[in-house]
Design a protein around this ligand. Sequence first.
Ligand code: ADP
Ligand code: ADP
Ligand code: ZN
Ligand code: ZN
Length: 931
Amino acid sequence: MLRRRRAGLLRVVGARMHNLRGLSVDIPHGALTVVTGVSGSGKSSLAFDTLYAEGQRRYVESMSTYARQFLERMQRPDVDAVEGILPAIAIEQHNSTKNARSTVGTATEISDYLRLLYAKLGEPRCLECGTPVRRTTAQTATDALLAAHPDTRAHVVARVPAAERELLRRDGWTRLYGDADAGLVDLDAWTRAGPLPVVTDRLTLHGGERARLAEAITAAWRLGGGMAEVWVEGAQGPLRLGEGLRCAQCGRTLRPPQPRLFSYNSPLGACETCQGFGRTTGLDLEKVIPNESLSLAQGAIVPWRTEKFSEWQDWLETWARKRAYRIPLDLPWAQLEKQHRRMVLRGFGDYTGVYGWFAYLERKRYKMHYRILLARYRGYTPCADCGGTRLRAEARSYRIGERTISDLEALPVGELKRWLHGLPAALSPQARATAQPLLRELAARLGYLEAVGLGYLTLLRQTRTLSGGEAQRIRLAEALGAQLTDTLYVLDEPSVGLHPRDTQRLLEVLRTLTDRGNTVVVVEHDADLIGAADHVIDLGPGAGAHGGDLVFAGTPAALEADRDSKTGAALRQRRLPVPARFARPTGTLTIRGARAHNLKDLTVEIPLGVFTCLSGVSGSGKSTLMIDVLYANWLRSQRGVAIAANAPFERGPCDRLEGADQIDEMVLVDQSPLARSSRSNPATYLGAWSEIRKLLARTAAARQLGLGAGAFSFNTSGGRCEACQGQGAITMEMHFLADVVIPCEACGGKRFSEKALGARYGGKNVAEILDLTVEQALALSADQARVVRSLRPFAEVGLSYLRLGQPTSTLSGGEAQRLKLAAYLAEGEQRSRRLFLFDEPTTGLHAADVAVLLSVLERLVRAGNTVLAIEHNLDFLCHADHLIDLGPEGGEAGGRLIACGTPEQVAHSRGHTGRHLARLLGGKRRKVRHA
Ligand code: ADP
Ligand code: ADP
Ligand code: ZN
Ligand code: ZN
C-alpha cells in the first residue's frame, strides 16, 4: 500500500518520567506505533506524560503571550530531548462528562448541522390549526400554479386594508377584482366595505409568462402583507398563497426559524416546562410503593404507614370498601387491575388519591419537614409537555419529509445516515441545492461514528451515560472529522469495549489517520492490533521499579521472534493455557423478563459460586443487563429506594430477580478512579499508614523532638508542610488550560517539615518511606505484623511495585480496579456469598497481568463468591466456567440471548463470539494433541 509518510522520526532521548530509566526511543512519523508492556511498565509515562505533554507544550508555545507566561511554570516532562515533536492530541479512556445537557449529537456537532438543516428546510405545522405550512417563494408558487392550471386565465389579487385607498390610487393600483361574474372593477367605482381586492396582474398561466406571474405574486405579497390570492378561471374560490412560512389556512405567520430554535440548550428552543432537560421532578411511585407484592391493607403505600398520615390510609380503605367502588384491599398491588390502581393514585369519590396527597405536601412545602418528605418521594419523570424530547412545541412542529428533528435525534446513527442519504430525492431542486453542503457534512460525521463502531447510538443519548470506551471512540470520530494532518495522536487502549469482530474496523480508522500524514501512538495489549502496527515498542521487563526499560523496538514480526519479551511470548502463544476443569455452580440467580434499552424480554440464568462472563458485540446489551437490570434492581430490593438521580445508570425494567436471597451482597468493581484527593495513596488505602506513623513516633528521635503519630499525617497540621498542606505540590487553576501542578517550593515535594523529617525508622525518614515501593516497605517492616497484613494484599494482586506515597488518583484504571480487589481480599473469607460484577476487567492489562487477575478471581470464587464479568478478551472468556453471549448485533438489532454454557459449548454456537472462540479453541485442541 502506498502511504503518504511524513519523513523522519520522532525521537525521545533520555526520558525519566516516573519509572522510565533514561529511555530513548524512535517513533516513525506517519505510521502506527503501538506501545505495549505489562501494567505499570511505563507505557503511559512514555506516551502521555512525555510525548503528549511535550507536544502540548509546543502547542501552547505557539499560542498567545498570555498562555506562554505559564509555560515556564508548567512542569517539563523529565526528558533530555524530544526531536521532531508535533502538536499533540490525546484520546484517553475515561468519560469525564458530568453535564446532563451534553449528548452524542451536541458533542459531535452533528446536532448543529441538523439544526441548520431544519432552519433552512423545515416545514412546520401551524400551531393554531395544524395545517402543514409550506415554505413558499414566488418561484415555487409559480411552478405549482403553472403545473396545476396550464393555459388558464387567472387574476392575482392582494387584499389591502380600506384605509390605504389613497395610497393605492397614488401608486396606480386602480383595478379591483369583484368576483368571477363581476370581473374587474375600478377603484373609484368600488363601494363594498372591507379590504380592497387589488389586482396586481391578469394573465394566462403558461410557460412563457413565468417571469410575469412571479412578479405579480411578489407584488401581491408586498401589498397584501405576505398573503396573495390567485383566482383561476373556473375554480370555486381563490387559491391562497402565503409568503415564506405562513399558514394558508389561518394566515398565521411564523418567524423564519433560527437554528437556535432547534436547540434544547438555548432558551429559544428549550421546552418551557422542563427547561430542556426532558424530565421534570414529580412523585416517584417506586419510592411510594417500593414493594408491589404488598396489598393496600398491608401498607403498600409506604408513607401512609406512619402515624402522621394514617388518616390518608383510613380514608383510602373507607372509600375502597364502598359498594360503588369495591377495590380489593388484600390483593398485592402488582395484581390489582390497572383501573383500580389508577383510582388509588388519582382518587375517586371523595378520596383524593396518592397524587392528591403529594399535591397537599407541595402546598405545605413552606414547612421544613414537608420539604424533607417531598424530597424523599420525589423523582424524575419524563416531561409531559415535550414527551422527553426537550424541545418546545414550536420547534417540534417543523418537519422535513414528515420527520421532526426530535425524530431524527432518536434514530440510531446508522439509520439516520441512511435516511439522510435518501433525502435529496424527496426535495425540490432548489431545496436540494441548499441542503447539499449540510448533508455532505452530516454524512461524513455520521460515517465516522459508524466507522468507530458506534452506529447503534442515538444523537439524543446523554454523553455522561457512555462507557469510557464509547466516549473515547466518539473522540476518535471527531479526530477523523477534524481532517488534521501532521498531528500526533496518542490513544489509550482504543480496543476497550470492542468485540474482536470490530477490531478490523478500528484498525482502518487508525490507518485513515496515518494515511493523512499523522503520527499515531497507541498504548495497547490487543494481539491483533499489535500484529497490525508498523512499529512496536515493548517496555518492561516488569512493573514500576522493575520496568521503565526498552525491551524491544521493531516490527511486530520481529517482536514475535524475540525470546526476551513477555509480549513476544504472548504473541507467539496468542493465548493462555485453558484450565482443565470448570467449577460447579452452587445455585442459580435468574433475571426474568428484562426489557431495558434494547433487551428483548430477556431471561438469563447466572450460575452462583462460579466465574461467568457476559459477551457480545458492542451495544448488544451487556452493560444494560448487568448494571441497569441486575445491579440496579438488586439495589432497589435491598434498600427500597431508587437509584441516585445523578448515577450514570437507571433501573431498567424486568419482571423479577429470582434466587437473589442466595447472595449477601452485590459489589460493582469498576475502573473508576479512586479518591480524587492527592492525600490518598496505597499506604493510606488499606490502613498501613496509621501503623507506620506509630512506628515513626516510637523512634527515639521522634520522642526527643516531641513528634507524635499525628506529626506524620498529611491530613492534620503538626508535621506536614503547611505551604502545600502535605500534598507536595500546588495546583494552579488556569483560565483556559487544564490545571497546572507545580512542585511545592517550601518542602521541595517532600510534604513534611524539616523537623518531622528528623525521625527515621529503619534508617528512612517519612518522605523516604513514602517513596518506597510496597515491596521495599514489606522488607523494611517484615517484623511488623500489622503493617505486613495491610500491605500484603497489594502483592497478591500484582501491585507490589506501587510506591506508598503515590496518589491513588494517579493510578491507571486497571491499577485502581486491582487496588479495590485487594481491599476485598484483605477482608478475607469471612465475607463470602458475594456477587462481584466487573466491566471489562482486562482493560489496561497485558497478557501477563491477565493471568494475575484470573488467579485473583479464582480465589474469590473458591472462597464461595460469584464473579460476573463483561469481557471481550477471548483468552479471558476461555477461562470462564460459564458464558452468556448476547447479540446478535448492537442497538435494536441486539438484546437477545445467543448462547450460554461452557466456552466450548458457546464456541459451537452461531454468533460472532462463537465464531471467534472456535478460532481460538480450535487451535488449542490441536496444541494439546501435539503435547
Ligand atoms: P503503564 O502505562 O505501563 O501501566 P505507567 O506509565 O502508568 O505504566 O506507570 C509506570 C509507573 O509509574 C508505575 O509504577 C506507576 O504507578 C508510576 N506512576 C504513574 N503515574 C505517576 C505519578 N503521577 N506519580 C508517581 N508515579 C506514577
Ligand atoms: P454493551 O454493554 O453490550 O456494549 P449497552 O448495554 O451499553 O451494550 O447498550 C445496549 C443498547 O442500549 C444500545 O443500543 C445502547 O445505545 C442503549 N443504551 C445503553 N445505555 C443507555 C442509556 N443510558 N440511555 C439510552 N440508551 C442506552
Ligand atoms: Zn419538556
Ligand atoms: Zn510543601
